[in-house]
Design a protein around this ligand. Sequence first.
Ligand code: FUL
Length: 469
Amino acid sequence: MDNLAKKLISVTPSKRQLEWHKLEFYSFIHFGMNTFYNTEWGTGKEDPKKFNPTKLDTDQWVESLKNANIKAVILTCKHHDGFCLWPSKYTEHSIKNSPYKNGNGDIVKELSNSCKKFGLKFGVYLSPWDMNSKYYGYNEEYNTFFKNQLTELLTQYGEIFSVWFDGACGEGENGKKQVYDWEGYYNLIRELQPNACIAICGPDVRWCGNEAGDCREEEWNVVPARLSKSEIIQENSQKSDNEEFRERKISSTDKILGTRELLKNEENLIWYPCEVDTSIRKGWFYHKDESPKELDKLLDIYYNSVGNNATLLLNVPPNKDGLIDEQDVIRLKEIGEHLNNTFKNNIVNEAKIEVDFIDNNTNIYNILSEDDKFYKGIDNEETATIKFKFENIKEIKTLVLKEHLPLSQRIEQFEIYANINNTLVNIYNGKIVGSRKICKLGNITTDYIEIRILKSRVCPTLNFVGIYI
Ligand code: FUL
């Protein structure tokens, strides 16, 4: 094994990151003052009296999300305008001064309870930028205020799976810029919620770099450590409430970050996997004149993210009544139905499986289930071939591969072949695998599939293979 490969595979996920990888598909809820002012960014001067979602029902939110197979929810507890959806002790700009439940409401509590009820994980978005706070720009005072609010969110609502720090950052009402105490925030989170990942302006989860649902052809988990510097993330984030920004895709200048070649001169590397965040509609917040994106568009986003070693954070904004709009409820259901149908019939357990190389300690049949068992190729061999023989002809539509991430991300190139009319035909070429690679095969009629792993950093691992009809 060369030294570079050794160094690359020594970088592995933390326990909290491994749990986060398993979620794959989760949701953002953007709800707050902007919902009532029909804006995307407020000013901090909004009137709390305008906040009054008379039919709010967080069970309806969570049930609708669950229908799409969504596994967790992150709520905008406070967006840039500073309005808090919980009765924070540290500001008057909150739900406690709104007509909602006569000032006795707490939407963070309601949503976290609904998540518990339906078995979803719960996370918090707390905007570091606060246009309303009088402390903003007075560095120490604001950092203390922010940590106080973080403490409220991390101690009053049970287990938190993600703390999402937005990179968008501007001036406060006094025109001052704030210097954030990132390290202080991170330490507090580690202390109060050691299992929570810190996303975007944080060390655990990397922003894909756009809001259109796009990601790089190869999203590597091991990347240069310098990419997690919050100041750099802020630099690339949204600078104004700008529709064009929300639709900007990855461009050719947004380079792949983690190939062997690129990492060879990097001293410090980290496990910093990619999250794709986008909205089901044009805006992050609900606007009456917008409607949900087409099903095909949303499924493309799903396959390019969840199916390509990233997670998908899909925003679904409740309306002014406090409900997820009927159109979005339908779309979420359609997503769930599509996923359930596509991944219903895994026929891999009907196959006789053979490999060219096998590590004595693992068994190729470990790939039948997504538990912790795995298959590992032989040391010093960067390749492996795995053959699936079926007794009769099948119509195969989709193939799924997963690597065993506790041993890092290793596979760099693979090909899939099928026996079609007695000829071995190359039906798919891929590069990375990572947490999940979904290969759409069209409709292949065959009794034989062969996966050839052609290049890995060191011997490849597989945690799961699914072959779906
Ligand atoms: C951006 C924010 O400015 C948007 O309003 C939204 O919250 C998005 C997820 O992040 O930076």
